[in-house]
Design a protein around this ligand. Sequence first.
Ligand code: HEM
Length: 406
Amino acid sequence: MTTSLAPGVPDLFSAAYYQNPYPTLAWLRDHSPVHEFLFPVGDVRTWMVTRYADVRAVLSDPRFSAETSTWANSEFKEAGLVSAAGTILERGLAVIDPPDHTRLRRLAMTAFTTRRVEQWRDTVRTTVDRVLDDCEQRGTFDVMDDYAGEISAGVLSAILGFRIERHRELVTALNEAFPSDPALMDRVPAAFGRICQYAAELVEEKRRHPADDLTSALIAAQAEENRLEVDELTGLVAAFIMGGSDTVRGFVGNAVHALLRHPEETTRLRAQPELAKSAVEELLRYEGALHTALFRVTTEPVDLAGVKIPAGAPVIAGLLSANRDPRRFTDPDRLHFTGESPRHVGFGHGLHNCIGAALARMEGEIAIPALLTRLPGLALAVPQDRLGYIESWAIRRLTALPVTTD
Ligand code: HEM
């Protein structure tokens, strides 16, 4: 299968691309920065944007709408690419425009305040310590499942107030909700259905038994402001489940992998723990957890960097690519802790930027240095060429990262 419209142009979102997308992304930035190609699901004509400045322009320009259910052309809709079509998440926070987005986001922010995030610091520390004890005892373990996965699931479960056993089933549903393989498209509606069903059960349970968690805080904010429909509240909880489940896991895994390949930076971080904050930003720049932002669609014909994009067309903002753009970052393929925090787009940009960023940063700042300090002998347990990435156009993460501690 090819996604390219012209001979000689590298394929996007092919099996080989997922394992190493960087040469393709570098080629696109240089030769076709606003690149028309066929999205593998439905062969829909799509534009991929790869330069830092253009990615930020797309994410902050209202002519690129997040509301695909309203603005996308029929080709896109018929291919089943409107996220969560037919469920309450079709009008979820990530896929609506102002004024609905403004109203919902403001309400979400009342529950996700800086003070509340700060209160979760102990939860993160305790979770990291517990998980590290277990990994240390094992000697050989998988950073993805046994470390990053356990931490992101443990923290999210504690914060939202759900039982950790159900987390794995949610991650499976999430992966099924954003497939890259057209053959798996028929699983999408059921996957979104399961996530919504789960969020609805959680809201119901917290209505009956409120506790000190984010879901209960959202219910209280809704009652106070009386501005949310019941479905909107459930959709918001579902958005947090979707936003926070696999991203932190992916990021911590990518960060540990990058550190294992840059021993001099690892030594520097061990010796100077005060670098943790800026190091996390550099790690997010070097290889964050998202390949791309969610689809945007043009509300009118748009001329972007000299390329004419018709109305209703899907556009993908390449976050991974923007963060490696040499037009913006010096020597971008190298991980380098300078003490400065790079202005990356790993958390997106504009109205839809990541609402969970403060929490994700805190998890990274605690979990990554803790692993290096507690386990000074940390090393890959398999040859580098045995590692592989999942085939997802949205999430960038390893399938597994086996390590040893001596
Ligand atoms: C390292 C971890 C994370 C990364 C790299 C990340 C990345 C992103 C990005 C790039 C966006 C913007 C997507 C777009 O513009 O289409 C986003 C939005 C969002 N994220 Fe995160 N995220 C992370 C962790 C979290 C966590 C922990 C939560 C919640 C607990 C969360 C919840 C959300 C939500 C609800 C949105 C939608 C915001 C809106 O549309 O207004 N994320 N995230």
